[in-house]
Structure formats: structure tokens, C-alpha cells
Design a binder for this molecule. Structure first.
Ligand code: NAP
Length: 684
């Protein structure tokens, strides 16, 4: 049976017998994959002309809601996916990382999208840049959705997480995706895609799936498309120089192989908590997914003085790992994904053994539980030791993508850093160290060569996610050999699928384009207090100009007494106040913003429901007793929370003195009801 691809709105069964996919433990054929007969130009066109416009018609919040529904739906179907996942060689806990981890990532993007992005289609990047003396010419960076397709080429090891971690940010950015899973485990990805399509939660064209090869798809890429690749450095190197990628400057994000280090710090001696945590983590990283993890620890760097203790502890811990069919009871580590992968790993181990001795695990004699060792792609955990890592080469360069790690003794922290950097750029590193100053020194030495670094010690071990897990809010990727790409990283990951454009023009043009009022733009008197205007009727630029208030010495005395803030510069009796850098006694900044609220607030109930914060507060000029202040409050940005019945409104706020000089500047954040008289029963 051929797996089907989902293209141009229909399932397409590969026309000719394709590549066989086998159960990793039994060797039984599961299905074949072939994309013969797929019209790849039409696939791209479908994404660009059907999926893209449908997604771009939605706001960030609406796309986030789609992701949330999808994640909820997939959560209901997990059992079906676990069953298939066993066939890839994954144990139940491996599947939790792949399946639950993938769905969890989608939930995180849904939540970040609705909390950190506006309910809009344009993302405003940073502040407006003043470009002229008179203020009539300014610049603003904005991000808009790219109008092409996101091509996602994934590795075999995480058939679910690998797809969802790329899909979530692309969809949130408004880009349709074409997913190409690695053939070895494409049957699991196909099952998930089938359920996604059946759910009808995604708009037509937002997701297509290619099982089998990508044919001539690369020939049809254009400047609006983007490629995100996970896999080997060799494949990445050949794809990133494809003529279309170069000619159209198609962004090519690559996550490739990497040799990742874990460092046991010089102070983490046997008997310390950090020593024990390190041993546990190396064993975990070698055995989770049978070591088929791009972030897995390949290099265990340990102080030379305790190398024998480390080796002894690792040997003992690895002995208890039961290898076998993940469906069998008690199995801690499954097989590799395929016989091809097994041959590849064994060939790489042979290279490593020219420089390092095998100190745990036998290539020929090991027990396999619940399966035939010959038919399944089993390899036991293999630990090597290199006594002279500084002069070796292969241990820093050859990745055996299986349960394989090499112990490398180092002299001092500087030597450990140098050894970790020998791999020419890695995805992840970990440091087991209780001394924060030493840890910081090691982290900063590793950082130019590593995309992510985790420091583990007694203070965080209980809650730490450990060495290997890429996390949705943090970037995943690394320099050099690791591919030079970045994925995830929360909203950073979304923006990678969008185009940034620097828009220059008058403040009014910028306000209209960015959907956010900028200073210098027209202001408007709405004819009533802006706090009396429901969300939908408020317009950007609607402004209140308050009356004046004189700030007196008594105000300052009373505020000091009420708040307890008797900082010298506010206190009359204080000698230092007279000689302060403010040139005399000044009002509390916090009094000014309180007094300003007194000037601009309309006290009646609704539509403004509450104030949830202040952003970008700056006290620009001191205010002295006798000065007169007034406030300008302008509707700067709006973001509707339709499901809640209110929207967030940000007010640009400026307090000025009697000389029209700005004394304080900030943004007031409020929740404004969509109703003139909101329901009093409604809770926030
Ligand atoms: P791979 O052979 O490079 O394949 C990766 C993906 O590229 C697969 O989907 C593969 O499809 C596809 N592909 C291969 N040749 C292609 C071509 N000419 N045109 C278009 N697509 C092509 O890597 P793999 O064996 O699946 O994965 C193992 C490697 O990936 C390891 O080295 C590991 O370190 C690395 N990896 C890195 C990360 C990371 O996040 N950095 C994660 C996982 C794995 P087919 O399967 O159909 O050939």
C-alpha cells in the first residue's frame, strides 16, 4: 500500500510502488511512499492562491484560535498516534516527547499568539524612528505575511513534533505549509495530517503533505516562499545551493546534525549533587529515542581527575538499560528507526573507535527483549572514552545518530570550553556546576558556538527540562555545523515567516499603515470623554486634553507621608535636596502619574473597565513646587478580545508643564468594553 499525499485539496495515492517503510522492531513492511504523479507546481500554486489568502484574511488572534482548536483536537486522538509511534521504535516516553511535545508546542504558540501579538494582520516592530528635525518624516518597521508557501522538510526522528513545531509559527504568521516528512516515519506524520484535514479546522490550502520525494518542487520556488529544513548537514548543503534558492534568495532555515557537549564542571566532584545529575543526564540523552536526537549529548566532558569515577558510574547506570521492542514490558530503549540507520551508526562508531576505546556496550553480544535482534534495528548504548581528546578529530566531527557518546577528560574550564567548540557549532550544551561564577565563565565561552546552553545544579534540577529538549519559547538552532538556523523562540519564530519592511513617511502615513498612532500624527477631539466611548467606536488619535493642576509643596509632603517614600530629593528639610541634581526639591514621579490620572480619568462605570498597566514610563524633567501640569491622552493602539467582550486599548500619555515641556511620558493600558454600558455581572 502506498501512503497518500494530501495536495491541492485531495488525497493522492502515489502512482507507482514507492520506498518501503518498516516497523523498526520487527522489520515488517508498513506501507510504501511515493509522490509519483504529483504536480509540484500546482501544489505551490494551491498554497499561494488558496491557503495563503485564507490565512491572511484572519488576524493573529483568529489564527491563534485555529491553532488552539487544532491542538485540542489532536490531544483527543493521542492514543491512535501512540500505537503507530511504537512502530518507529519509540517507547511510550519517547512518544510523549514527540506527540505530546508537538501538541504542547502548538498550544504554546496559540497562547503566545493571542497574548503577545495584536488582534491585527500587521506586526509593528519597535518604536517609530525620528528621521527629521521637524518631525514630519519618520520611519517604522512593520512585519507582514509573506505571500508564498512554507516548505517544511523534516527529519525522521520526530515525525509529529518535527511537523507541529514548524507548522504552528508558519500558520500564525499567515503562511500555508507544505510538509515533507522523512520517508522512514512518514506513516505517523500522514496519520496526524489525515486527522487534521478531517477536522476541517484549517482553511483549505493551509496544509499540504508530500509523502515520498519532492520531485521538481524546488524548481518552482519563488521569492515569497521559505524553506525550513531539518536533517543531515549533507542534504542541507546540497539543497541550500539549489538554483531557485540562490536566484530568488529564498530564506533557507537549516537545523542539521551537531555534536553536543555536556560539561561536568571542575567543582562537581563525586558525592556532589551535580555529579549525580550529570551521570543521569548523559544516560538519559544516550537512551531517549535511542540517541536519535539532534540535541543528544555526544561529548561528555569531565575533569581528568574524576574521569575514572565518571566512567564507573556511567558503566553501572547503562547496564540497567533494557533494549527491545518498545511494546514489550520493561523496555527502556527501543531500536533505531531502520536497518539503514543501524548500518550508518555502526559505521560511524567504527570511525570513532579509531580514536576512542569502547568502554560500555558490546556490538555483538547484547540482549534484546521481546524482539528478534536481527530483524529489528537494535543497537545497545555504546560509551566510548578518549584519553587525548585535544589531538583527536573524529570524536569532535563524526555524529553517530544513535545511543552513542564519548567521555573526554579535560584539564581545566578553559580546556573544556575549547573541546566543546571543536565541533564547529552545536545546537545545545549543558553545564553541571554549582558555582555560578564558574558557570557564567563556561557559558560565555560556549555561547558563540552554541544555540542553547542549560546550566543544571541543585537550585534548578527539580524543575529543569534538562539538556535535550527544545522549548517553544526559546530558540532552537545553532551556528556553523548545526545549520546556522533558528526555529521556535516564541514570537521570534513567527516573525521568521514574515517580511520586515521599513516604512518611511509622515506620522499620519505611518499611523494609517501600521495601525498604531504615532506621535506627530493628527489628533482628534471625539466630542466627549474618550473613556465614555465603547471599543468599536474609538478611533486611533482620539484625544483628551486635561485641565491644569498646580503641584504644591503640601502635595509632596502628603504624598511622602501617604506612600512612605521620603527619598531625599522630595524632602524639604533635607540639605541634600537643595543641592540635588534636580536643582532643588522635586515632586515624586509617582505622584505626577497619580495626579495625571486624577486629571484624565472619567469616574463613571464603563466602557473603560480597568487599567492593567503602564508601559514605557519615563520621567523626563523634574517638577518643582509651583509648577503646573496637564495631560494629553491619545488612543494609540487597539486590540479586540471578541470572546471576552472587550478590547485592549493603549493610550499614549504625555504630562507637560506650564512651559509646554514634557515632564513624563508613558502608555496607559486599559480594557475597554464593546458596550457603552457593559454587563456588570461579567467577570474579566
Ligand atoms: P536526511 O537524510 O538529511 O533527511 C532529512 C529530510 O530531507 C528528509 O525528509 C529527507 O527525505 C529529505 N531529503 C533528503 N534528500 C532530499 C532531496 N534531495 N531533496 C529534498 N528533500 C530531501 O536526514 P535524516 O537521516 O532524516 O535525519 C538524520 C539527521 O538529521 C541526523 O544527522 C541528525 O543530526 C539530523 N537532525 C537534526 C535535527 C535538528 O533539529 N537540527 C533534528 C533531527 C535530526 P527522505 O527521508 O524521503 O529522504
Amino acid at each position: 500500500m502506498n501512503l497518500q499525499s494530501y495536495v491541492c485539496g485531495a488525497w493522492h495515492g502515489g502512482g507507482e510502488p514507492g520506498v518501503a517503510m518498516r516497523d523498526a522492531s520487527t522489520g515488517d513492511v508498513i506501507a510504501h511512499a511515493s509522490s509519483a504523479g504529483v504536480d509540484f507546481a500546482a501544489v505551490l500554486q494551491h498554497a499561494r492562491e488558496v491557503g495563503g489568502p485564507a490565512l491572511r484574511a484572519l488576524s493573529f488572534h483568529e489564527r491563534a484560535a485555529v491553532l488552539k482548536s487544532l491542538a485540542k483536537r489532536l490531544s483527543e486522538l493521542k492514543e491512535e498516534f501512540y500505537t503507530l509511534s511504537y512502530r518507529t521504535g519509540a517507547t511510550k516516553s519517547d512518544s510523549l516527547i514527540d506527540i505530546d511535545g508537538g501538541i504542547g508546542t502548538m498550544f504554546v504558540f496559540a497562547s503566545k499568539g493571542s497574548r503577545e501579538l495584536p488582534n491585527a494582520r500587521v506586526y509593528v516592530d519597535g518604536d517609530v524612528e525620528g528621521l527629521s528635525r521637524g518631525g514630519s518624516f519618520v520611519g517604522q518597521h512593520v512585519y507582514v505575511s509573506r505571500e508564498g508557501a512554507a516548505l517544511h522538510i523534516n527529519a525522521f526522528n520526530f515525525p509529529v513534533w518535527g511537523m507541529l513545531e514548524k507548522l504552528a509559527p508558519a500558520l500564525l504568521a499567515g503562511m500555508p505549509a507544505i510538509v515533507k516528512p522523512a520517508t522512514a516515519t512518514a506513516y505517523l506524520t500522514e496519520a496526524v495530517v489525515r486527522r487534521i484535514i478531517e477536522s476541517k479546522i484549517l482553511p483549505q490550502g493551509a496544509l499540504q503533505l508530500i509523502c515520498g520525494s519532492l520531485g521538481n518542487l524546488f524548481d518552482h520556488l519563488n521569492c515569497q516562499d521559505i524553506v525550513s529544513f531539518t536533517g543531515s548537514a549533507r542534504t542541507a548543503a546540497s539543497l541550500r545551493v539549489h538554483e531557485s534558492i540562490i536566484r530568488h534568495a529564498v530564506p533557507f532555515i537549516a537545523e542539521t546534525d551537531s555534536l553536543n557537549s555536556s560539561i561536568l564542571a571542575p567543582d562537581s566532584l563525586p558525592g556532589t549533587q551535580e555529579f549525580d545529575l550529570f551521570i543521569k543526564e548523559v544516560v538519559r540523552e544516550m537512551t531517549v529515542k535511542a540517541g536519535q536526537k539532534c540535541t543528544a549529548i555526544r561529548k561528555a566532558l569531565v575533569p581528568a581527575a574524576v574521569a575514572d569515577d565518571v566512567v564507573g558510574a556511567l558503566q553501572a547506570a547503562l547496564q540497567s538499560i533494557v533494549v527491545g521492542d518498545p511494546r514489550a514490558d520493561g523496555v527502556r530503549m527501543g531500536p533505531l528507526v531502520s536497518q539503514e540507520q543501524r548500518s550508518d551508526v555502526l559505521a560511524r562508531v567504527a570511525e570513532l573507535r579509531r580514536e576512542a576505546e569502547l568502554i560500555a556496550g558490546s556490538l555483538h553480544h547484547f540482549e534484546v527483549s521481546g524482539a528478534d535482534a536481527e530483524r529489528g534495528a537494535f543497537v545497545p548504548p555504546l560509551l566510548l572514552l578518549s584519553r587525548s581528546p585535544a589531538t583527536a578529530r573524529a570524536i569532535h566531527e563524526v555524529e553517530a545518530f544513535g545511543p552513542v557518546a564519548t567521555v573526554m577528560p579535560y584539564r581545566d574550564a578553559r580546556d573544556a570550553i575549547a573541546l566543546a567548540r571543536r565541533s564547529g557549532g552545536s545546537l545545545a550544551a549543558s553545564v553541571f556546576c554549582a558555582d555560578d561564577v564558574l558557570a557564567a565563565q563556561i557559558v560565555l565561552g560556549l555561547a558563540p558556538y552554541h544555540g542553547r546552553i542549560v546550566v543544571v545544579n541543585g537550585a534548578c534540577a527539580k524543575e529543569s527540562t534538562g539538556h535535550g529538549s527544545p522549548l517553544a519559547p526559546l530558540i532552537h538552532g545553532g551556528p556553523g555545523r548545526a545549520g546556522g538556523g533558528e526555529e521556535l523562540g516564541g514570537i521570534r519564530g513567527v516573525l521568521r515567516y514574515m517580511q520586515r519592511s521599513a516604512v518611511q513617511g509622515s506620522p499620519d502615513t505611518i499611523t494609517a499603515t501600521a495601525g498604531r498612532w504615532v506621535r506627530g500624527s493628527r489628533i482628534r477631539d471625539p466630542g466627549r470623554h474618550p473613556f465614555r466611548i465603547p471599543f468599536g467606536d474609538l478611533e486611533l488619535g482620539d484625544t483628551l486634553k486635561s485641565g491644569e493642576r498646580e503641584v504644591t509643596a503640601l502635595d509632596i509632603e502628603r504624598f511622602a507621608a501617604l506612600s512612605g517614600d521620603k527619598f531625599y530629593a522630595h524632602m524639604s528639610e533635607h540639605e541634600a535636596a537643595r543641592n540635588s541634581l534636580f536643582g532643588g526639591r522635586v515632586a515624586h514621579g509617582y505622584f505626577l502619574i497619580s495626579a495625571a490620572a486624577g486629571l484624565f480619568v472619567d469616574p463613571d462605570y464603563g466602557p473603560v473597565l480597568g487599567n492593567y498597566g503602564i508601559d514605557t514610563l519615563r520621567f523626563v524633567k523634574p517638577v518643582k513646587p509651583g509648577d503646573k501640569i496637564k495631560v494629553r491622552l491619545t488612543c494609540m493602539a487597539k486590540s479586540l478580545r471578541a470572546e471576552k467582550g472587550w478590547g485592549e486599548v493603549a493610550w499614549d500619555t504625555e504630562i507637560t508643564n506650564q512651559h509646554e515641556e514634557t515632564v513624563a511620558s508613558y502608555t496607559v493600558l486599559t480594557m475597554v468594553s464593546i458596550h457603552a454600558v457593559p454587563d456588570m455581572q461579567g467577570s474579566l
